[in-house]
Design a protein around this ligand. Structure first.
Ligand code: NCD
Length: 316
């Protein structure tokens, strides 16, 4: 099987067949009785190693593994409780966990750390976020949510990425993944200091309809938001700033308001990888266009399917 025993490091590795296989497996497992589901990964173990905070990614992998009947080694409460606090290298931690686990989910603050881990790991590594690099499983669940929810009536599907496009790894993975579809066009909305640059921008630039540097608020790009089919909101990634002062100057530049949402297409959807800070007020949550908590649910389904494929669930 194509994904069995494979590392999942970034979205560029996925073929369209892989994506179809994953979403097909989502459907298969969703239709399965819990009593059958729980036999699929019985006896297998997943290590979850998080060198950065997480709620959804870690919890969904742990819940998914449990539903499939597997076990989890949870190093998610901070590596300060592991030997990393004693100075152990990432490589030694990974080799060690590979003696106990059948796969390792890794989140780490350094871009490229997952490649280092994969180079020494005896078992598959799943990238759960490497610095400002990639977050491939988030992109898979974002795309899944878009496919389920967004009926775009026009010739193109307009995706507006909003917020911290420089540091948001979920944006980097999703933009690259979406760019392969000919019908997708992008609008990039951020403060100038947080614009999308570098290899990701270079890779998607032919698909970019407009780039906007917001100064005082999202009302400056009202017409773009009202024409969008997907508004992908993001948090300003405070932990990537070296000095608090520059964070303060940009933190409130891209805040969605109920008035702005009012004018959006009824078929449009607001996505957000979460956690949110103040960029989406809670009054918007009850709007049918607010898809971010349904996106959370998709995270469990997509990660469960991915684990089942990598660890060859149901093959015995
Ligand atoms: C994101 C991340 O960790 O990159 N969270 C997540 O996994 N859903 C987004 C963020 O932290 O802003």
């Amino acid at each position: 099987m194509p994904l069995s025993q494979k590392h999942i490091l970034g979205v560029r590795q996925f073929t369209q067949d892989d994506i179809n296989l994953i979403y097909g497996r989502v459907a298969l497992l969703t239709a399965m009785k819990p009593s059958k589901l729980v036999k699929r990964l019985r006896g297998q173990t997943l290590a979850c190693v998080f060198y950065e905070p997480s709620t959804r990614t870690s919890a969904s992998f742990i819940a998914a593994m449990g539903q499939l009947g597997g076990n989890v080694i949870p190093i998610t409460q901070g590596v300060q409780f592991s030997s990393v606090a004693k100075g152990e290298t990432l490589e030694d931690t990974i080799v060690t966990l590979g003696q106990y686990a059948d796969a390792i989910v890794l989140r780490h603050p350094e871009t490229g750390s997952v490649e280092r881990a994969a180079a020494v790991s005896p078992v598959p590594i799943i990238n759960a976020g490497d610095g400002i690099g990639e977050h491939p499983t988030q992109a898979l669940l974002d795309l899944y949510t878009i496919q389920k929810e967004v009926a775009y009536p026009g010739k193109h599907m307009h995706v507006a990425f909003v917020g911290d496009l420089a540091n948001g790894r979920t944006v980097h993975s999703l933009a690259v993944l979406l760019a392969r579809y000919p019908f997708v066009r992008f609008d990039l909305i951020s403060p100038e200091a947080l614009q999308l640059k570098g290899p990701v921008f270079d890779e998607i630039k032919d698909k970019v309809d407009s780039v906007h540097f917001v100064r005082k608020g999202l009302h400056e790009v009202q017409s773009i938001l009202h024409a969008a089919d997907v508004v992908y909101m993001t948090r300003v990634q405070k932990e990537r700033f070296c000095d608090g002062g520059s964070y303060e100057t940009v933190k409130d530049s891209c805040l969605l308001t109920p008035e702005l949402v009012e004018g959006m297409k009824t078929s449009a959807r607001i996505l957000h990888p979460l956690p949110r800070v103040n960029e989406i007020p809670t009054e918007i949550d009850s709007d049918p266009r607010a898809a971010y908590f349904r996106e959370v649910r998709a995270g469990l389904l997509v990660r469960r399917a991915l684990l089942d494929l990598i660890l060859e669930g149901g093959s015995e």
